[in-house]
Design a protein around this ligand. Sequence first.
Ligand SMILES: Nc1nc2c(ncn2[C@@H]2O[C@H](COP(=O)(O)OP(=O)(O)O)[C@@H](O)[C@H]2O)c(=O)[nH]1
Ligand SMILES: [Mg+2]
Length: 318
Amino acid sequence: MIDGATLGARLRERDHSAAPAVLNLVENCTEGARGQTEALLAMLSPAAIGGEAPGHILGITGPPGVGKSSLLSRLVAQWRAQGRSVAVLAVDPSSRRSGGALLGDRARIEVDPRDQATFVRSTAAGERLGGLAPATRAAASALAVAFDVVVIETVGAGQSETDVADVADTVAVIVQPGAGDVLQFLKAGIMEVPDVLVVTKADLGPPAARALADVRAALASLGEREVPVLAVSSAVPPSGIEELLDALDRHRARLDLPARRRRARRMHALADFVAEYGERGLRALGGRRQAERWLVEEDPGLDVVGLRRALRARAGIG
Ligand SMILES: Nc1nc2c(ncn2[C@@H]2O[C@H](COP(=O)(O)OP(=O)(O)O)[C@@H](O)[C@H]2O)c(=O)[nH]1
Ligand SMILES: [Mg+2]
């Protein structure tokens, strides 16, 4: 069994080579591994490290095929050129039995395999298309102690963005030219307004320019004039990549990070609780809404492990 405390100590020393073992641990569902994951998270809690984990946790989300992975290859190269270490957690729906064939031509995130400061892990989404596994939340918060940038790439449009917004400091929604459905979700309020909106495949020319104008109009109609909307191309030559990096950094600089991270810890604890005790557990808490409200009111600045314990006590479990 991997020792969670030892792994936590390695991440605190910014030992990037600990990343694969961290993923193996948090994805391991055995009882023993769960205990070691708690030990790992306890080692990395704000109280233990004297503040919030320094890494920028980014959510990159959008429908299949819009160019998220291609864009990430460009972003990772740029971050590395700036000397920033990067971990990417890609939640990949293509391993779903029915999904693969429909999604057509998919790019992989390209990185230098010899570069220790870059870590990429794909996780099968399984049945939770767009949703986040508890393991991804744990991995993101742990890796943010050791890596400058931690990216969670998820697929979806609509409800699933809410999930990634619970984890990430900054959420960028990616659309491609002609992506009318995403605009409809946005206007109908099904999709939460992201922190940054990106139109890919700018090299296609007029359709991309139209998409950019449509997205800006949709946001303006919602009264959202502060959300940056950018066009990028991941083709050769790429364009808009540095501007996107700046927009992401600017969002992070303006953010109330401790507040966002406290919310992430509450949602993480609740997701873990639901994964373990299911709908029955939720009912014991009076439902999801009630549980969320209670966590907000109670929030005594507990870490994830403490919050999880508090939820169990409230539900009358263990
Ligand atoms: N023309 C053009 N094609 C792109 C661009 N970015 C991605 N693609 C293509 O779009 C397809 C899907 O890209 P991928 O990165 O796998 O999308 P993802 O499913 O969102 O991760 C691939 O065939 C890419 O080569 C771009 O900027 N311009
Ligand atoms: Mg992809």
